[in-house]
Write a new protein. Structure first.
Lengths: 114, 117
């Protein structure tokens, strides 16, 4: 299958700072990228959907000013957690779709805010 | 809105035995895709099997097969000859056939599968 690379795998940041997570499709053009959040022992919760060149569509309850998503190219989407707080600590996963039936997932990023 | 329900939070099976994970879904659409994903302790999401709703034949991938009942909106996963490496969280998922903003994947809550040696 296609490869999606997510970076970093884990990050620790201080409360009040911002953190950027990158999601890259390495061998295909990702017309749509999805960002998920996963709490321990729970399912993936969709945060937002982004299409290349347009604004992201956020799910209900997700603060778009806190979770900034940029999908500037067909191979790169970024999620920036602004002014992070301990409650933002979580596992974040991206997935990318080239328009066919399957979406491919990144390895995930474990964010810890101290 | 579409929903995916997995009613078994945890299951256990003896190594080499067969286990079936249940999944039901709700949708008003006629064309869609269903998936089973595996999430091992590494937390990397791995696609196990995929089923197109328009296909009557159940999908099969080696030891993994599904029982797709479209009218009943049921999509169970059967794992034959269970192996220790099958231990993971399994998610049932739904995706609309429509491309674009509606093609997000909706996940069930997951079933944690334990393999007993």
């Amino acid at each position: 299958g296609a490869v999606v690379s997510q970076h970093p795998s884990w990050v620790i940041c201080k409360s009040g700072t911002s953190v950027k997570i990158e999601c890259r499709s390495l061998d295909f053009q990702a017309t749509t990228m999805f960002w998920y959040r996963q709490f321990p022992k729970q399912s993936l919760m969709l945060m937002a959907t982004s299409n290349e060149g347009s604004k992201a569509t956020y799910e209900q309850g997700v603060e778009k000013d806190k979770f900034l998503i940029n999908h500037a190219s067909l191979t790169l989407s970024t999620l920036t957690v602004t002014s992070a707080h301990p409650e933002d600590s979580s596992f974040y996963i991206c997935s990318a779709s080239g328009g066919d039936t399957e979406a491919f997932f990144g390895q995930g990023t474990r964010l810890t805010v101290v | 809105a579409q929903t995916v329900t997995q009613s078994q939070p945890e299951m256990s099976v003896q190594e080499a035995e067969t286990v079936t994970l249940s999944c039901t879904y709700d949708t008003s659409e006629s064309d869609y895709y269903l998936f089973w994903y595996k999430q091992p302790p590494s937390r990397q999401m791995i696609l196990v099997i995929r089923q197109e709703a328009y296909k009557q034949q159940n999908a099969t991938e080696n030891r993994f097969s599904v029982n797709f009942q479209k009218a009943a909106k049921s999509f169970s996963l059967k794992i034959s000859d269970s192996q220790l490496g099958d231990a993971a969280m399994y998610f049932c998922a739904y995706r609309s056939e429509r491309l674009g903003r509606d093609d997000k994947i909706i996940f069930g809550k997951g079933t944690r599968l334990h393999i007993l040696p």
